[in-house]
Design a protein around this ligand. Sequence first.
Ligand code: TXA
Ligand code: MG
Length: 328
Amino acid sequence: MTITAKPNKWNPEPEIISRAAEIIRAGGLVAFPTETVYGLGADALNPEAVRKIYEAKGRPSDNPLILHVSNVAQVRELVYVNDAAEVLMKTFWPAPLTLVLKAKEIIPSVTRGGLDTAAVRMPNNPIALALIEASRTPIAAPSANLSGRPSPTDFESVSHDMNGKIEMIIDGGDVEVGIESTVIDITDPKKFLMLRPGGMSREVIEETLKARLEVPNSESKKRSPGTRYRHYAPDVPVVIWRRGSRPPTVEADSAAYMGTHEPGFEVREKILFDDTANYARGLFAGFRKFERDECSCIVAQWPEDSSGIGEGLRDRLTRSATSGVMYN
Ligand code: TXA
Ligand code: MG
């Protein structure tokens, strides 16, 4: 049995939050909203609880999880905080920005996928922050989807994937960002790495650090399993289309389209977004809708702007087109 509750987003009812926190403290699983995507949470310091996350998602257990915190003091207990981390936390958090730092012993190996580093983030969502606070422990949370499905950006998507598998789902409505957080490795002060572009733009991070975020080489890629491409059988193939290029060969009576501009070719259904930020916000929900509608193919417009959220959106689209509509 999975219980559900819909607290007031800006002033979550304490009864709902403490019910959820009790489940976390007892080693159970609670799906909760963040500003990026919904998370599937467990007590990050309880190895048994963390194992249940991998089980519920059907996710390979070598893929490390993000520890979600509600204050900076909590971070100091978990990882070795350096100058770059101090600046970024102070400037941006709570934000869609995840920092990889050298882990302290207190973090169980299963939470960090056996690595000597760990990822920490303070999510910018009042329900998430209240839950972490009330749980009095960091909450480990990957996206609350079955492994291989698009990340959930609304309650219905979480429920579709997780109902019956976890103790509780907190309904926080639609998320604001729509793609996952930006993950950067700042363990080496001489070389900052962009592990995963996402909700927070590269430009503002680089400006604050006064340094470039470098592309990880193959060695550091090995250290971040989640950034490797995965090969899932696609439910609906995704075709990337650049505006102005030749129309893709698709079946007009069953294909779907999403993007910020009119496709200029025939499709059965389309979603047109006002701008790149809305495209990112609606991407995963759009994938799920077109799957439900049994479209034969999803044509996705290549975002014209690679700055800001455009970089993260391009990344998710590239992965979708390489391996089907799929994530971990
Ligand atoms: O927005 C988000 O980040 C969402 C919400 C729920 O917070 N969470 C999320 O988690 O996307 P997940 O597990 O799907 O992605 C975590 C990413 C993976 O790419 C993983 O490999 C990377 O962070 N990661 C975690 N710990 C790491 C570490 N110690 N070193 C390198 N990469 C790490
Ligand atoms: Mg995920």
